[in-house]
Design a protein around this ligand. Sequence first.
Ligand code: ADP
Ligand code: MG
Length: 215
Amino acid sequence: MTGKNFLLAALEAISHNIIEHEEELNHLDNAIGDGDHGTNMARFSRIILTDLPELSESNDDLGKILHHVGMRCITEIGGSAGPLFGKFYLQAGQSNTNNTTMESANWVLAFEEGTLGVAQIGRSTEGEKTMLDALFPASRAMQEALEEGLSLSAIFQAGSEAAKTGVEFTKTISASKGRAAYIGQRSIGHQDPGATTVLLMLQALHKTAIEMNVE
Ligand code: ADP
Ligand code: MG
């Protein structure tokens, strides 16, 4: 079971991991888009880092914390990734309304609902070379790990490994959604930046779960 301390530590780790990879994400987006994905996500991450002390003081409702993160992403971040990752956090928050703790099942549900939220507002699905090619497989792998009775860190590890496979898969397909769709077949061979961000999020969650020794 995890509480506010874990959620805030996880948000901090996710933010740092994205900021550390800002240039790589821009580089990936440069090849198939407009080169701003790292800038967008790092800006969002810096805002969240600034908000953390206040969140730590003011709120024990984990759903509300996730909702706050989603609203910040939607209102402050440009590009497609702002509304899309914003919706992910909003839905993850909604699936944890009034929760002051999150069990493994709550984390898995948060990912599932968040993923469906992205698909809904992106009008997109798997196989279109987007963040969903990491989110859907990760969500499924986490559900399976939960059903096997694995620990939360093992659940995040399973999600992370599935996201990694999904990121590799994005190299083999052409884009039919987002900016990369403009170059169609020429996007083959390039890795999707949004899917890469999902991988960075799951790697940070896995690392935080190990460090904080959560069950
Ligand atoms: P923009 O494309 O507006 O410059 P970003 O560069 O920040 O925004 O984000 C690009 C990422 O957004 C892509 O790598 C892809 O993963 C994701 N994306 C774009 N359109 C969609 C969509 N319709 N559904 C899901 N993900 C999408
Ligand atoms: Mg871009």
